[in-house]
Design a binder for this molecule. Structure first.
Ligand code: PLP
Length: 368
């Protein structure tokens, strides 16, 4: 049987709807091409340090970070940051809100560490949200956006005043606003809303978090150098990373941060993402064969929209047809194992392309 062809006039201009890595704006790639002066040059010299400083300043401006907070970065992505927290930021015991695969991975990393007590885990079923509430934990950790389920959680301080709050904002940063003073480390990676490439982690760190890492280190704990938060802070103050960063990743990130500032900052960017995801939630609620996976509208992610389909529609087949027509990566998170669409509506995605996507969905579903 010949593959189903979606008429050209229904197709989005750009068919990339992945939840990470995600669409890179063509203008950012053009910028990358223009910066051949940077590519292939030393990260210990002024031009690359200036690039790092520009990225740090731009991110600080975008999130209006409080006085005393610092923009810290290093190699290894958000996944590395979990192990860094295990070695450098959790003193004795952490508490985790677990409501999907990414929040679970951090809790698991903490539970495996021989030098820590077993973490306190506060769990919600996929599609819900759980915040940690523990009296005897020195770290409270959860994600602002659980990319695996499309559930978003509030960012407000939990736990004792002595406990520090670590927010996984990997897919939230650059798409959802936050009051950074409610957090001690707000960490993320640039391959989602920031439309760059993977491999880097970035964090807004409070004085309390920086002090915590210094105290743990001074206490003599063995900390591998790449997982030493204090070393990352020291390098970041000099606009460097411990080891060689991907310069293309930094250039794409620089371009995206400036694009966001020019758009009007986080308020404007967040509104754009919310418009896109709302289009999908409205579409699903208007169809008898579809429904938003996250039942509570307040927890529906404004950046990653998950839509359940009933058994009459085979999501895998639908996703395959979309893919042959250039609409890519709307697959659900594998481990979730649902008959579902998951659509990344990050900052770079044009809300009009999301409208087109819903038209394509109707077109294909009618004919399946
Ligand atoms: C993508 C993602 C991660 C993993 O990021 P890497 O940079 O690939 O390690 C972690 N947490 C969340 C919430 C994510 O969306």
């Amino acid at each position: 049987m010949a593959p189903m062809i979606i008429p050209d006039d229904l197709l989005p201009c750009d068919g990339r709807f992945g939840s990470g890595p995600a669409k890179v704006r063509p203008e950012a790639l053009d910028y990358l091409g223009l910066r051949s002066d940077i590519m292939g040059t030393s990260h210990r010299q002024a031009p690359v340090k200036d690039l790092v400083a520009t990225v740090q300043q731009g991110l600080a401006e975008l999130y209006r970070i409080p006085d005393g907070y610092e923009v810290v970065l290093g190699n290894g992505g958000s996944t590395l940051f979990w192990d860094m927290a295990v070695f450098s930021l959790i003193e004795q015991r952490s508490a985790h809100g677990v409501f999907g695969e990414f929040t679970r991975k951090f809790a698991r990393a903490a539970s495996r560490a021989p030098h820590l007590d077993d973490p306190a885990v506060f769990e919600a079923e996929a599609g819900g949200v759980a915040l940690p509430e523990s009296r005897d934990s020195d770290v409270h950790a959860w994600a602002q956006n659980e990319t695996s389920t499309g559930a978003a959680a509030p960012v407000v301080r939990h736990g004792d005043p002595d406990s520090i709050v670590l927010i996984d904002a990997t897919s939230a940063a650059g798409g959802i606003d936050a009051d950074i003073s409610e957090t001690d480390v707000y960490y993320f990676a640039p391959q989602k809303n920031f439309s760059s490439d993977g491999g880097l982690w970035l964090a807004f760190a409070s004085p309390a978090a920086i002090e915590r890492a210094e105290r743990i280190k001074a206490g003599g704990r063995y900390i591998p150098e790449i997982l030493d938060f204090s070393t990352a802070v020291a390098n970041s103050r000099k606009h460097q990373t411990l080891n060689t960063p991907a310069l293309a990743t930094l250039l794409l990130l620089e371009d995206q941060v400036q694009w966001m500032i020019d758009m009007g900052g986080m308020e404007a960017v967040a509104a754009r993402c919310r418009q896109s995801t709302q289009t999908l939630y409205d579409w699903a609620e208007d169809r008898d064969f579809a429904s938003p996976f996250v039942a509570n509208p307040e927890h529906r992610s404004p950046v990653v929209s998950t839509i359940d389909l009933d058994e009459r529609i085979n999501a895998a087949e639908l996703i395959g047809i979309l893919r042959t027509n250039g609409i890519r990566d709307v697959d659900p998170y594998r481990a979730l194992n649902r008959n579902q669409l998951r659509v990344g509506c990050y900052a770079s995605v044009d809300p009009e392309d999301v409208e087109s996507l819903t038209e394509c969905l109707d077109y294909v579903i009618e004919r399946m």
